[in-house]
Ligand binder design. Structure first.
Ligand SMILES: Cc1cc2ncn([C@H]3O[C@H](COP(=O)(O)O)[C@@H](O)[C@H]3O)c2cc1C
Ligand SMILES: O=C(O)c1cccnc1
Length: 356
C-alpha cells in the first residue's frame, strides 16, 4: 500500500501554477495585495492541477494518538495516562481541538495508533493500534521498520477513508505525551540541526528538565547512528522508526495519502512538521500538497518549516498540538481559494486596470 501510494503522488502542475498567478493579477485588486493568501491559492492550484483549484472544503481533522517509551526518561512533567484521558476528552467533545473544530465546522476523528491502553469503541474513534506505545528512543529504535510502515499505512488508510467520505482538505492533529521529544529527535535527524537548537519546552518544563530533554535527544541520535543519509527511502524509514512515534509515522502516511488523492493537507504544529520531513524524504512531491497552518512556539517547528520551504499562515505563539493551529488556518485557506472563484476580473467588472 505504501509503494502504490508513493507511485500515485504527482508533483505540482507548473501550467496550473502559471495560470493561477496570471489570474491573480487580473482580479480586481492591486497585484500582490493579498500577500501570502495569493501564494496559498496558487499553491493549491498547482497541487490540484486546476485553476481555480477546488475549494478545500469540507475539511476533516484526524487526531493521531500514541504513547512514547521515552516518557520514562523524564522529558515531560505529565503522566503518560494523560494521552488516553485526552482521547476520551476529544471523543466527549471537551478539548480545545473540539472547540476550534466546531468553530470551523470540521468533524473530528481520533485515531488510536498506539496508546498504552485499550479504548472502548466510540463512533469517532478509529482503531489502528500498532502497539501499546513505542520503545524508549534513547536506548535503541523506538519502532521496528515494520511497525513504522504499518503506522504509515494506517495514516494512508485514514486519509483514503476521509476522502472517500467527502473530505476535500485533510487536517493533521496529534496527541501523545512526550511526543515533542520524538519530534525534536526527528527534526534533528532529518535537518542535521543540533538537538539544543530544536528541542523545546513542549507542554512547559523547567530548565533542568529541558537540559535533560536535550541530552535524551542527543543520546537518541547517538545510539541509533543518526543522522543518516535520508535521501534513500530505506534510511528515511529507518530514521522514522528509530526516533519517531506511531503518530508521527501515521501523520506522514496521512500526508502521503492526501497527496496521492490530490487533496490538500493542512499541517498543524511541530509534530506534523517532523512527520512532514519524513513524508518529504519518502517523496518530496508530497510537500506540494501541504500547507503549513501555523508556526508553533517550539523551536524545532521553525527549523522543520525552513527545511520544508513552507510558510506558516498563522503565528500566534500556540504550543498545544491536537490540530488547533491548522484548524484556525482553515477558513483562511478557504477564503484564499474562494477569491479565485468569485472575485471579478478588471475586464469583467469594467474596472480600470492601471492608474494613468
Ligand atoms: C492536558 C494536555 C492536552 C494536550 N493536548 C495536546 N497536548 C500536546 O502536548 C503533548 C506533548 O508535549 P510534551 O512532549 O511536553 O509531553 C502532546 O500530547 C501534544 O499533543 C497536550 C498536553 C497536555 C498535558
Ligand atoms: O507545536 C506543537 O504542536 C506542540 C507544542 C507543544 C506541545 N504539543 C504540541
Amino acid at each position: 500500500m505504501l509503494a502504490e501510494t508513493l507511485a500515485a503522488i504527482r508533483a505540482a502542475d507548473p501550467a496550473a501554477i502559471a495560470e493561477a498567478r496570471a489570474l491573480q493579477d487580473r482580479l480586481t485588486k492591486p497585484r500582490g495585495s493579498l500577500g501570502a493568501l495569493e501564494d496559498v491559492a496558487v499553491r493549491l492550484a498547482g497541487a490540484a492541477g486546476a485553476c481555480p483549484p477546488p475549494l478545500p472544503a469540507p475539511a476533516a481533522l484526524a487526531i493521531f494518538a500514541a504513547d512514547h517509551g521515552v516518557h520514562a526518561a523524564g522529558v515531560t512533567p505529565w503522566p503518560q495516562e494523560v494521552t488516553v484521558q485526552m482521547v476520551a476528552n476529544f471523543l466527549a467533545g471537551g478539548a480545545v481541538a473540539n472547540a476550534f473544530a466546531a468553530q470551523a465546522g470540521v468533524p473530528v476523528t481520533v485515531v488510536d495508533v498506539g496508546v498504552a491502553a485499550d479504548l472502548p469503541d466510540a463512533p469517532a474513534l478509529v482503531k489502528h493500534k500498532i502497539a501499546y506505545g513505542t520503545a524508549d528512543l534513547s536506548r535503541g529504535p523506538a519502532m521496528t521498520v515494520d511497525q513504522a510502515v504499518r503506522a504509515l499505512e494506517a495514516g494512508i488508510t485514514v486519509a483514503r477513508d476521509l476522502v472517500a467520505g467527502g473530505a476535500r482538505c485533510l487536517i493533521t492533529g496529534d496527541m501523545g505525551i512526550a511526543n515533542t521529544t520524538a519530534s525534536a529527535a526527528l527534526i534533528s535527524a532529518f535537518t542535521g540541526a543540533d538537538p539544543a537548537e530544536v528541542t523545546g519546552r513542549g507542554t512547559g518544563i523547567d530548565d533542568e528538565t529541558h537540559g535533560r530533554k536535550i541530552s535524551v535527544v542527543r543520546e537518541a541520535l547517538r545510539v541509533n547512528g543518526l543522522p543518516a543519509d535520508t535521501s534513500s527511502a530505506s534510511e528515511a524509514l529507518r530514521t522514522l522508526a528509530a526516533v519517531g512515534g506511531f503518530e508521527h509515522a501515521a501523520i506522514a502516511g496521512f500526508i502521503l495519502g492526501g497527496a496521492a488523492a490530490r487533496v490538500p493537507v493542512l499541517l498543524d504544529g511541530v509534530i506534523a512538521g517532523a512527520a512532514a520531513l519524513a513524508a518529504a524524504a519518502l517523496d518530496p512531491a508530497a510537500l506540494d500538497h501541504c500547507v503549513a497552518g501555523h508556526r508553533s512556539a517550539e523551536p524545532g517547528h521553525a527549523a522543520a518549516l525552513d527545511r520544508l520551504g513552507l510558510r506558516p499562515l498563522v503565528d500566534l505563539g500556540l504550543r498545544l498540538g491536537e490540530g488547533t493551529g491548522a484548524l484556525l488556518a482553515h477558513p483562511m485557506v478557504c477564503a484564499a481559494v474562494r477569491v479565485m472563484h468569485e472575485v471579478a476580473t478588471f475586464d469583467s467588472a469594467g474596472v480600470t486596470e492601471k492608474p494613468v
